[in-house]
Design a protein around this ligand. Sequence first.
Ligand code: G4P
Length: 532
Amino acid sequence: MSSIDHQVSRRRTFAIISHPDAGKTTLTEKLLLFGGAIQMAGAVKAKKEQRGARSDFMKIEQDRGISVSSAVMTFEFEDNIFNLLDTPGHEDFSEDTYRVLTAVDSAVMVIDAAKGIEAQTRKLFEVCRLRDVPITTFINKLDRETRDFFELLDQIEQDLALDVTPVTWPIGSGRDFRGCFDLVNDQVLFMEKGGNVVKEAIQIKGLDDPKLDELVPDYLVAQLREDVEMVRQMCPPFDIESYREGHLTPVFFGSAINNFGVRELLRGIAENAPTPRPQEAATRTVEASETKVSGFVFKVQANIDPNHRDRIAFIRLCSGHFRRGMKLKHVRAGKQMAVHNPMLFFANERDIAEEAWPGDIIGIPNHGTLRIGDTLTEGEDLRFRGVPAFAPELLQKVRLDDPLKGKHLQRALEQLAEEGASQVFKPMMGADWIVGVVGQLQFEVLKERISAEYGIKVHFEQTPAYAARWVMCDDPLELKKFRDTNQSALFEDHDKTLVFIARNAWHLETAQRDWPKCRFEATREQNMVVAG
Ligand code: G4P
């Protein structure tokens, strides 16, 4: 196996999707425990050899106050490298989450055993389904009172239209919960309450093995035998193709807080979850094992220091062997950029990345050149598809307290839009910019940031704006006519794409009816414009 094939085969890049409180944070912590403090061989070496570089980086970080949250956590377990991408946890369902899901190859869906599937789980699942992201299910909190296990499986099957195949099955539940039977490997796993002790599995020869009767009290064995028989009758056997196509989910039961079932889940991901997948670009499909480096920006994180406009762009590598110092082409700008200080992210720290492989996430500090959706390559004009922008649901006019700061405000709004914090629309007529967000809270956050980072006082005002739609039209003459007739409702977003802001539902419907050659899109891929 070539070096790149080997590195690709070791990598699993995934996210956890769940409703708040189901146990995502707890599960993440336990997963990281398995990864321990182990770091990737290349990076460990880098650390030893590059003390200088590391402290350089720390200094840059201190000087400029770059702050990077745990957006990505990389860890190694049993010779596999896992890149766990964090999905933002707040209730305001944000575009950020969608974008993170464009950068993973699979997801783990955590369900609270007492609650079943909840609203946020369902929404996130829908995003995964749109992108055919395979899902592994972890049913959590088995140490508590739970719903009936068959009912839970039934709910996944009915609500999400997914086949379910349990990989483990609980022995007892609630206060009686002892552990799980591993249906694939014929072993019994016992839970140790509290702490992080993981007991070794006990091998048995199937459910009829008398050893099982010695290990588990009679009434629980009887129940287990009955349940497993039913599972085997009702659920399809595990089919890896069906899982990878997103039709079937393997189900693990556990208790994250007791670190129970987590190792099995991790092994399940290692065994079945896809390695870095081929990525669709506008011109062709890029295979992970191709030798030339390519990747795309799926997240930009701002600097909190108001004196500097530094940001970290998070790049998902799609192909090739990346090495520090490489010159990559920033396709949108048509320019080369040397990547001197790429970062890798571990459980509790980050470090300069000496190298990285497909599926890995590197952070590139920059001054705003890199935007969400941008592609980096070793020269080819690739544009990866599928980093979406959504028409914001809430639209308000932004007003300056000091009208002389117009130019400054424009810069602030554009920079914040490039980060993906909001969307801004510049009017074709008049001076009032409109800002669009997904959750109401974001207006407050923006106001604060514009004040703290740019020293500009603004307030947001209601405006008759019902919906924003990107306008596309294949007929330039028709588009010109449309522009000329609708000026007062037309805006440009930060990529200079034409946007129609309808005053109300009727206004939107009329425009759609009167201009059948124009498309009014509620989503759009980021940065479709390529320079040169
Ligand atoms: P989230 O990130 O999905 O929002 O969930 P988080 O891990 O924060 O877990 C939510 C609550 O559920 C926490 O309790 C956590 O301790 C608890 N929890 C997680 N896994 C299990 C489990 O397997 N069994 C039981 N019984 N509880 C579990 P909390 O009271 O909100 O916080 P804390 O004070 O315990 O930290």
